[in-house]
Design a protein around this ligand. Sequence first.
Ligand code: ZN
Length: 301
Amino acid sequence: MDNRIPEDFIEEVRRQADIVQIISEHVVLKRTGKNYQGLCPFHSEKTPSFNVNPERQMFYCFGCHTGGNVFTFLMKINNLAFIDAVKVVAEKTGIAFPEKELSPGQKKKELKRKRFLEIHKLAANYFHEVLLNSPEGRPGREYLERRGIGVKIINDFALGYAPAQWDGLLKYMALRNVSPEELVEFGLAVSKTNNDGKQSYYDRFRGRIIFTIQDLRGSPIAFGDRVLDDSLPKYLNSPETAFFHKGRNLYAIHCASGEIRETGYALLLEGYMDTIAVHKAGLRNAVASLGTAFTRDQAKM
Ligand code: ZN
């Protein structure tokens, strides 16, 4: 147990959380009397032995004997540390995390992480909007059309297009109070020092199809891209930052996690386009590594 969070706060979150609702995001639950039943997400089964008791706010599986409270559930299903499970539930339940309990260093990191997520969400929206609606997105639309990829897949996978400009994203972000320095810090822009010693900035992703890399909860955390022709490099990824580690994430995990649980296995592919093609063909448990050798963390995920 993490003693950085006060015990009474944890208890408050546990008491107010709706375990049925939170588990329902991962398991199809049917009411049976006082309890809810579904197919266990922790072992493979055909008849439901996974039970949720809303009164006691507990779950238990008679098949594999996995059980616990809402935190245990999230820790197991999303591979979270205890403190993160408490955070997720607090957020879903609308209870403010006791900031004063965090050290100044932790507080600073937490604020930075929020900013990272906020900026990645803005960037994902920008690339997606360009792809769907702007004249600059036309090469991207044509490319995806040739590959037989329609609007549904574009939306499901948050695909986008980075226009062939040096400052498309920089300008978009400037209007939303995001500085070039922040974009550089999070890997979305590049800075260079001019002859006069001043810094100048340009977009990292230009003239390419954008693949949004999302975490398990669907938040954009990085981008991968692909050229439309034979130019090099063919693929480019966000660099590693304090909040994004290639070896700890999988492409399309957000779209595939339900099906992976259901089938009990994952299809591991190398490329983003391949992964999308496999999903499109109806195999929705496909994921891809992020241009690295397959890691222990990815396997655990
Ligand atoms: Zn089970």
